[in-house]
Design a protein around this ligand. Structure first.
Ligand SMILES: N[C@@H](CCC(=O)N[C@@H](CS)C(=O)NCC(=O)O)C(=O)O
Length: 237
């Protein structure tokens, strides 16, 4: 039994759900997890997603996907070709540890912050809703500034993110998925970030940047199709 915890607005939760769907693993999904529940489920990082597999808690989307492959080998979430698999792992990590922060910096920039807070308020318990704004700013909003990208002037941030999308389009080239004809953990990681960027009209500038990359939009639809995942709900397209 696989139990997935974490909200659909998190790129890492989307990554895990999409991968589970692609592998046709049966699971349950609980979107709302209180901070108290989360600290019990995942005392190590206190982050989502966290997944219970036969009662054992696994945290971090990368480790979760690796576990999925152990439970069910096919279809695999990385290539059989070792060199291709190495590139896929690098790209997955870059998406999780770098691309994610461009998106977070964008979401929490003054230009988008109100919409981000509105989108996230539903995860704040009712009794704390009046304090949703300072609470979310404190818990999540300050992170991109601590990481660094949140300190870039908005225009510079947009230009840099635009450059990353151009690079991704070049890396994808004529291939169906990144470095392969089959999707891997790298595709699901980037897919998660794009879904969040395109969700609920929170970051219209991300949508504008994406519209300049029809090949990436087509790829995004391909990943949505193979994972049967959230096509209308989270992909925003
Ligand atoms: N490397 C982790 C990152 C998980 C992560 O940063 N999750 C965010 C939500 S998108 C979170 O839980 N943030 C709350 C916090 O940092 O306390 C993964 O791949 O699962």
């Amino acid at each position: 039994m696989i139990e997935i915890f974490g909200p659909n607005v998190s790129p890492f939760v989307i990554k895990v759900l999409a991968a589970a769907n692609y592998k046709q693993l049966p699971y349950t999904h609980t979107e709302n997890v209180s901070i108290r529940e989360l600290s019990k489920l995942n005392p190590h990082t206190g982050k989502v997603p966290v997944v219970l597999i036969e009662g054992e808690a696994i945290f971090d989307s990368t480790l979760i996907l690796r576990q999925f492959d152990k439970i069910k080998a096919e279809p695999a979430l990385q290539s059989e070709d070792k060199k291709v698999a190495a590139k896929q792992r690098m790209l997955e990590d870059w998406s999780d540890e770098s691309l994610y922060w461009y998106n977070q910096a964008l979401r929490w920039a003054p230009e988008n912050e109100e919409r981000t807070i509105l989108q996230n308020s539903r995860f704040v318990p009712l009794f704390a809703r009046p304090f949703a704004k300072p609470l979310l700013r404190h818990l999540v909003g300050k992170q991109p500034k601590a990481q660094g990208l949140g300190r870039l002037p908005y225009k510079v941030l947009l230009a840099e993110l635009g450059g990353k999308l151009e690079d991704l389009e070049l890396l994808l080239g004529e291939s169906t998925f990144f470095f392969s004809e089959n999707p891997s953990a790298a595709d699901f990681a980037i897919y998660g970030v794009f879904c969040t960027g395109l969700l609920d009209g929170v970051t219209p500038d991300f949508e504008a940047l994406m519209s300049k990359h029809p090949a990436l939009l087509k790829w995004h639809k391909r990943v949505a199709a193979v994972s049967g995942h959230l096509t209308s709900q989270a992909s925003g397209i």
